[in-house]
Design a protein around this ligand. Structure first.
Ligand code: HEM
Length: 601
């Protein structure tokens, strides 16, 4: 038995190694490498000698920091200091499997030193909860991101901010504005944008991915600033930031010592300065616009208005203008790619499991009749809630979560976890643990509403729901956007199923995603058709469909429209590579089975 477990594990490991070897980084590293070459060319022997001495010193150096009685975590053997970063695939799902394969050798928690920093990999929900929830005060920091200069110490990007007084004030404010907007269905924005998105989809179904991205941006801009037009600013600034914080981004994210190069030699520092300014302009302009409308008495309810009017909100008082602009802005831009992920996956799921759409449509037709589903329908629609819950599990927007950094030395189950270590919970594998999630790689919404599955829970008027789902992280750093995600996905999935029949036009790409930390299914050709003439008329009956995208040839595009263009002569808008369409590349990707008998994930 033990041998068969080991064989299964080894097969999974080898398969994952093959996968990781077959991936290549998408970002060109040539300029940075040629810079290194120039620096080292003439002094190669000296550089090599220093490197060898350094490597030996790292190998022989005793670890004096381990507290008495504690032992080091199991280690992934790799080149001291440098690690084996080149092995790690860029795409979230592929790297989740890569690290999962190492768990087979090293156990459910192991350490791996890369570029002088200890990374700790966690593969069970229990360990993640023990550390990130039970000991949350020690595990609530964020790490430095070499290409995103100053983000950890700064006041600009809430999700990536180090643990500090500023972070606490921002997060409290975030909870305050969420609490205010949930009972008001996010001021009606998801409902009104759903209808516009249906119309864009009906009119131009081949551009479905574009319509979804625009949908997410318009909706959150309405919630944040009371005007969807500000979403254009978000679509302009998000891709650059997302790339800057992803391992597949600038080479410095892998070779972190390059951060010591002077400013003039660091292309990423220059581009970060530009990006920061662009982001500040966007957030200031949007908040100023709300202030202006407020002074004229024509502003709608929105998060910014809450800060302006201090509507019983002690939290609002604690943020100055710059802080409020960035607390609102940086929380708003998170809502695009994260929600865009399951929205893209919805189309993949409906094509892969065509039996589910008619089941869902039966429930929607029965409960809603001739109208679209709304937030208030939630208790009566367990199948629609199961679709949301399963989508979040099956295709996670952040398969490897967002890392938590350790503020103090800790000992867990006898193992030393050093201060400064960067801890990663492998959310993707945690939500595929075979005993809890049979057929974990499949989209099986039935698992939440059929008593024969271990995840089934009653009453069905309440369960399933996504509150507390591990896809949203753990403890003090857990995602405050769960309720907005819930409303957006429930109502838009429901509206799509109410309106359309969906089927693939050809090959279905199972695992194609972008290579950035927030992953999205690559768009692929599908048929989207109205279910009846009556529904067609209903969908077309909206004044403004929220068209945003331009042709490249259009003259005089303003600052926030300039990047909202179809890529080339009518080709799809790919959001600067974040939603590049699927291209069949020969062998489809296959991941190791997680159903291996006795496998202990
Ligand atoms: C499918 C949708 C979403 C998923 C899967 C998701 C996932 C996550 C995860 C994994 C984290 C890190 C948690 C941790 O460190 O343990 C996070 C943080 C965060 N999310 Fe979300 N998120 C989603 C939607 C949203 C939305 C809609 C918003 C805002 C409206 C939002 C705002 C934030 C913020 C502000 C943080 C930072 C919290 C902190 O650092 O303390 N998220 N999210």
């Amino acid at each position: 038995m033990a041998a068969s477990i080991r064989e299964g594990a080894d097969a999974a490991y080898n398969a994952a190694q093959n996968i990781s070897n077959s991936f290549s980084p998408e970002v060109s590293t040539a300029p940075q490498l040629s810079l290194i070459a120039t620096l080292t060319n003439n002094k190669l022997p000296i550089v090599l000698a220093i490197f060898v001495v350094f490597v030996l010193s790292q190998i022989l150096k005793p670890n004096k920091n381990i507290p008495a009685g504690a032992k080091p975590l199991p280690q992934q053997l790799s080149i001291p200091w440098a690690g084996r970063f080149w092995d790690v695939p860029s795409e979230g799902i592929a790297s989740a499997w890569h690290f999962g394969a190492l768990h087979k050798k090293l156990g459910p928690i192991y350490a791996w030193k890369v570029m002088g920093t200890v990374h700790v990999w966690i593969e069970t929900d229990k360990i993640a909860r023990d550390l990130f929830v039970m000991r949350q005060r020690k595990y609530c920091d964020r790490n430095e991101l070499p290409a995103a200069v100053g983000i950890r110490e700064g006041k600009e990007v809430l999700p990536l901010m180090g643990f500090s007084d500023t972070f606490k004030r921002y997060k409290n404010f975030m909870h305050f504005i969420m609490k205010h907007s949930v009972p008001k269905s996010f001021y009606g924005w998801p409902a009104s944008e759903n209808k516009k998105t249906l119309r864009r989809l009906l009119e131009n179904p081949d551009r479905w991915s574009e319509h979804l991205i625009v949908h997410c941006a318009r909706t959150i801009a309405g919630v944040a600033w009371g005007d969807p037009e500000h979403g254009k600013k978000l679509l302009t600034i998000v891709p650059e930031l997302l790339k800057a914080v992803s391992p597949a981004g600038p080479i410095i994210n892998k070779l972190s010592f390059l951060s010591n190069l002077p400013w003039q030699m660091s292309a990423w520092k220059v581009s970060e300065t530009r990006r920061n300014k662009e982001m500040r302009d966007a957030f200031y302009e949007a908040l100023d616009d709300v202030k202006d409308r407020f002074s004229k008495g024509n502003v709608e309810e929105c998060w910014s208005l809450l800060w302006l009017t201090d509507n019983k909100g002690a939290e609002a008082k604690k943020l100055d203008y710059h802080e409020a602009a960035h607390a609102i802005g940086s929380s708003a831009f998170v809502a695009i790619a994260t929600i865009g992920g399951p929205l893209h996956a919805f189309f993949l799921a409906m094509c892969e499991k065509p039996h589910w759409l008619p089941i869902l449509q039966e429930e929607i037709d029965r409960v809603c009749g001739d109208r679209l589903p709304v937030q208030e329908d939630m208790p009566n629609m367990p199948k629609l809630r199961a679709t949301v819950k399963e989508m979040i599990r099956w295709r996670q927007s952040t398969p490897l979560g967002v890392p938590h950094s350790v503020l103090e030395d800790d000992v867990y189950e006898g193992y030393h976890i050093p201060k400064g270590a960067i801890c990663h919970a492998n959310n993707y594998l945690i939500s595929r643990e075979p005993k809890q999630f049979p057929k974990g790689n499949e989209f099986v919404p039935e698992r939440w509403i059929d008593p024969s599955y271990p995840t089934y829970k009653e009453p069905l008027s309440e369960f399933p729901h996504i509150r507390g789902d591990i896809a949203f992280g753990y403890g003090m750093r857990a995602c405050p956007g769960v309720d907005l995600t819930n409303v957006e996905l429930f109502t838009l999935f429901g509206s799509l199923a109410w309106s359309f029949d969906i089927s693939p036009k050809g090959e279905i790409p199972r695992y194609e995603v972008n290579p950035y930390v927030i992953t999205m299914t690559s768009p692929f050709p599908i048929n989207i058709t109205a279910r009846s003439e009556e529904k067609k008329r209903f969908i077309m009956d909206t004044e403004d469909a929220g068209y945003w995208l331009h042709d490249k040839k259009e003259p005089n595009l303003g600052r926030w429209d300039a990047k909202l263009v179809h890529e080339d002569d009518g080709a799809l808008y790919t959001w600067e590579g974040l939603t590049t369409p699927y291209q069949a590349r020969g062998q489809p990707k296959v991941y190791p089975s997680i159903e291996t008998e006795g496998q202990d994930w």
